[in-house]
Design a protein around this ligand. Structure first.
Ligand code: ASP
Ligand code: MG
Length: 433
């Protein structure tokens, strides 16, 4: 039995959380287990602040670095009161390396530097956790994922070289598992990171650790992958917006991809495909209540339509584009307009057209939108509304639509297919021209 577990930042945010991870592993450890771990708590956000202070010659750089070190030191001291334990030395080396990198000027390739700095979150967390598991009697080995996941050099959103990655993982990790005759073996490694053929560190995009776990599951043909979260499983709505939510106990890969596509943030959108391709079931379970059932994502579609799900995307912009010469919106100018969106990396979440107007809903990003408008305005008249919400309901019924559209929301655009209803809505804070 081979499984892959992923523990995110919230599940390792302090010493007690790390102890809880060990308790979960004691209970559920299969014969062979890959454990993928994120940076502790909000460390990645803090490292982004470190990076920006470094770039901006901001005097707070030093205090951010101290905050990062103090946060981890508190966890290390609580878990390893013995100052002679080797973890103190190995984490000091990492802190020193990070400080060393930041004492020279940035390379001025921001995205490259991002990956070289932000990776320390995962390097530090896995060093602490693997030492802790060993001290708790686990047969655990720390792997540097940069020797296992090979990517191109698209810094901050690196693309995986599947063939090389599969070979590397099978050479290193499978061999560790095969050689091991003990009752269990844990290969522990970093989420979110990879490396180029030249060995430069890359990252797979924010929240990318789920994806890392799926890469391992795929390469090793795992029996199951489990993401341990602070929620009881996949919910049919974000508890941030709805006080009453329902757990989806079983959905298909297809439904999970649709939900992620429409903006559900529970699992990283790239996670499903590598699992689906090898028919590996994915469980989402609560690290706060590990015995509860959680959610299962697998090939079976029979439960997909049982519970309507709703997804909110906030800070949306609705843009209407009309040809200045009053010509029709046709295939020719549509493809011209879409090419401008693609070349400016503005992702469209919804589109609709009439005879002389093409409407799209996109995420707000001032810099990209200004660039986009400056190109389109030569031929098209642009109008837009900001601060909107895009609401998507999967497997909708009228009761759900009424519930979601209550509190006097004004619907600016509506679209329905057989299973999906979408509404672009405005509340009193919305603006635009
Ligand atoms: N630590 C990274 C992040 O916060 C990756 C992850 O947590 O999945 O984005
Ligand atoms: Mg995370």
């Amino acid at each position: 039995m081979l499984k892959v577990f992923k523990f995110g930042g919230a599940s390792v945010k302090d010493a007690d959380s790390v102890r809880n991870v060990a308790a979960i592993l004691k209970k559920y450890v299969p014969k062979n287990l890959v454990v993928v771990v994120s940076a502790m708590g909000k460390t990645t956000n803090l490292l982004e602040k470190v990076l920006n202070a470094w770039y901006g010659n901001d005097e707070r750089l030093h205090s951010y670095i101290q905050e990062l070190i103090a946060y981890h030191q508190a966890i290390i001291i609580a878990l390893f009161p013995d100052k002679k334990h080797p973890v103190h030395f190995s984490t000091d080396l990492l802190f020193g390396e990070l400080e060393g990198n930041l004492s020279t000027p940035p390379s001025l390739d921001y995205d490259f530097d991002y990956d070289q700095i932000v990776c320390f979150g995962e390097l530090i967390s896995t060093t602490i956790i693997s030492e802790y598991l060993v001290s708790e009697g686990f047969n655990c080995r720390w792997f540097d994922v940069r020797g296992l996941i090979r990517t191109d050099s698209s810094w901050r959103s690196a693309k995986v070289d599947w063939e090389t990655t599969g070979k590397l993982i099978n050479q290193e990790v499978s061999v560790f598992f095969d050689d091991d005759t003990s009752t269990h073996a844990i290969a522990l490694t970093q989420g979110f990171l990879g490396a180029t053929p030249e060995g430069a560190t890359t990252t797979l995009g924010r929240e990318g650790s789920d994806y890392t776990a799926a890469i391992f599951a795929h390469a090793l043909r795992a029996d199951e992958m489990v993401i341990w979260k602070d929620v009881p499983g996949l919910l049919n709505a974000d508890p941030k917006y709805f006080s009453v939510t329902q757990r989806l106990s079983s959905i298909s890969y297809l439904e999970a991809i649709e939900l992620a596509y429409y903006g559900a943030t529970v699992i990283h959108p790239k996670t499903i495909k590598p699992l689906q391709n090898k028919d590996i079931p994915l469980r989402i379970k609560s690290f706060l209540d590990p015995d509860s059932e959680g959610s299962l994502i697998h090939h079976n579609t029979s439960a997909d339509s049982l519970i309507p799900s709703f997804i909110f995307k906030v800070d949306q912009v609705l843009i209407s584009i009309s040809p200045r010469d009053f010509s029709f919106i046709d295939e020719r100018n549509l493809s011209e307009i879409l090419a401008v969106f693609a070349s400016n990396s503005v992702h469209i979440s919804l589109m609709q057209n009439s005879a002389i107007s093409f409407s799209v809903c996109v995420d707000y990003n001032q810099r990209r939108l200004e660039q986009l408008f400056s190109v389109l305005e030569k031929k098209y008249k642009i109008r837009y509304n900001t601060k909107l919400e895009l609401i998507t309901i999967r497997h909708y019924d009228q009761a759900t639509i009424d519930r979601v559209l209550e509190d006097g929301k004004t619907v600016l655009l509506e679209m329905r297919s057989r299973v999906t209803a979408q509404f672009v809505v405005k509340d009193k804070n919305s603006g635009g021209i």
